[in-house]
Write a protein that binds this ligand. Structure first.
Ligand code: ADP
Length: 473
């Protein structure tokens, strides 16, 4: 069996969030069993030299509304299954989806072109594909094209990594992308309040839909979490299931992570303590005997940043250290920036920094993750692997991967142990942090949970098998 895994971002070439991590590690895990091609846009920001990305010799053209678009196919020289598409409209930007002025106004056209390119690529590169595996709205249009324009025999799987991002554009795009008005611009097609919605099209035209945790698969069928697509998802629930994401054991390994000051494992936790000491010193923060809480995230309301902002003026009085690393919407960047250097025990870093994030995971005692909703979440798994206990709101994938230590009678092999809170408000958030203090003061009990978490297998082993079963079915 042969699968074409299409994503708008793949680690380490381009990453804005967890999608890139998944698009790297899931195909990697599947390759042990099947042939898996990956394809992503070759954005100008991708470092071709560093990653050995070379021209494949194949170019093709596609005319839409009288405009001839050129696509060049590249691959990684030492792994020719890693494919890249270059087209100037799609790739000639300083960001993936936006720059400092906001979202690109032509994202609909850009990812519409990418969707055509994905289908054309199969023919032009003579790939014997059985399954298209699409990810999020940026590639979801492939399902509509495959079923209503190209009438392809292949099966189409769509994974929803985050329902909040749907790719909604003016209906003029129907002409620009030469989509079939009569057949597709309807409620159970691509139409959404008189606009086009790429993700909705993907949901309606794919053969199977997955999302990234069982709880999220259930939640998105409710008006509260459905982001306006709950009815569409209920109608399509017969083909919807949840498969929990994994993380790459190679990329996220405290024993060998090149960004970590002192590598460690569950038996050498003293090195983790040394990391904390070094980090606090580097940031001019006091007292390594205090608990260290970190927050690493995109700054957007989904991640519970309003709650974190609200709590900052209280956290400053806690006998603990807090480090926040994040970047996202201008409003939140500015609000957090306003708190920079204000409190001795709260360090704020606005930016996206992979190496600093690893330093934080490898030094922290606790990871804060107060998301309002969370399809799966990777931070909590990475944190557990690096011996930091997650403090999470009880939603989506967080609910499926972290159990509150007070709810556990026996430690099960696959259960992550952390602190959970159900009601999303300041009282329960601070209550959860209070529980962390009490646990931290019982150091042997705390260490037992940390060691337990570090031994859990968060790799793709189980979940990749579930995807394989799905493809086969
Ligand atoms: P998302 O909704 O952003 O995809 P996930 O939990 O699925 O959230 O994945 C987030 C990934 O991005 C993790 O690997 C996390 O460590 C990383 N990350 C998020 N924000 C930052 C940042 N500011 N700097 C470095 N890494 C970050």
């Amino acid at each position: 069996m042969s699968i074409l895994f299409a994503s708008s971002e793949i680690f380490p070439y381009a990453k804005s969030g967890g999608l890139a991590d998944v698009a790297h590690s899931l195909p990697q895990a599947l390759r042990a069993f099947e042939t898996v091609y990956t394809v992503m846009p070759l954005y100008d920001i991708v470092n071709r030299k560093k990653h050995n990305i070379v021209f494949s010799g194949v170019s093709f053209w596609y005319t839409l509304s009288g405009i001839r678009h050129q696509f060049d196919v590249f691959y990684k020289e030492d792994c020719k299954e890693d494919l890249f598409i270059y087209n100037p409209i799609l790739c000639g930007r300083t960001g993936l989806y936006n720059d400092r002025y906001g979202e690109f106004g032509d994202n609909g056209l850009r990812f519409g072109l990418f969707s055509y390119a994905i289908i054309e690529l199969v023919d032009k590169m003579h790939l014997a594909i059985d399954v298209f595996h699409l990810n999020d709205w940026q590639t979801a249009l492939v399902a509509l094209l495959a079923k209503t324009k190209y009438f392809l025999p292949q099966k189409v799987v769509l994974t929803i990594h985050n329902l909040a991002y749907q790719g909604i554009f003016d209906k003029a795009l129907m002409h620009e992308l030469e989509l079939d008005w009569a057949n597709c611009f309807k409620f159970n097609g691509i139409e959404y309040f008189d606009s086009v919605n790429f993700l909705k099209a993907g949901i309606n035209y794919s053969d199977t839909i997955t999302t990234v945790s069982s709880s999220y698969a259930y939640e998105i069928q409710t008006p509260m979490f459905g982001c306006g697509l709950d009815e569409t998802l209920r109608v399509n629930s017969y083909k919807l299931s949840g498969i929990l994401n994994g993380i790459s054991n190679e990329v996220f390994d405290p024993k060998s992570d090149e960004f970590v000051h002192k590598n460690f494992d569950a038996q050498t936790l003293k090195n983790k303590k040394a990391n904390k000491k070094a980090l606090l010193k580097e940031l001019n923060m006091q007292d390594e005997s205090r608990a260290l809480f970190v927050f690493i995230s995109r700054l957007t309301s989904q991640k519970g940043v309003d709650l974190l902002l609200e709590s900052l003026t209280l956290l400053k009085d806690f006998e603990a250290n807090f480090i926040i690393l994040g970047h996202g919407e201008d409003y939140y960047n500015d609000r957090f920036a306003a708190f920079k250097n204000r409190f001795n025990n709260v360090h704020i870093e606005i930016g996206y920094d992979e190496s600093f994030s690893r330093k934080l995971y490898s030094s922290a005692d606790f990871l804060l993750m107060p998301s309002t909703f969370e399809p799966c979440g990777l931070n909590q798994m990475i944190a557990m692997r690096y011996g930091a206990m997650p403090i999470v709101s009880k939603t989506g994938g967080l609910k499926d991967s972290v159990l509150d230590f007070t709810d556990i009678s026996t430690l099960e092999e696959s259960n992550g142990v952390g602190i959970t809170f159900e009601e999303h408000n300041l009282f329960w958030f601070l209550h959860a942090i209070g529980k962390a203090f009490s646990l931290y003061s019982h150091s042997s009990k705390f260490q037992k949970y940390i060691q337990h978490n570090m031994a859990i297998d968060f790799s793709w082993k189980h979940s990749a098998q579930m995807y394989l079963n799905l493809y086969k079915a």
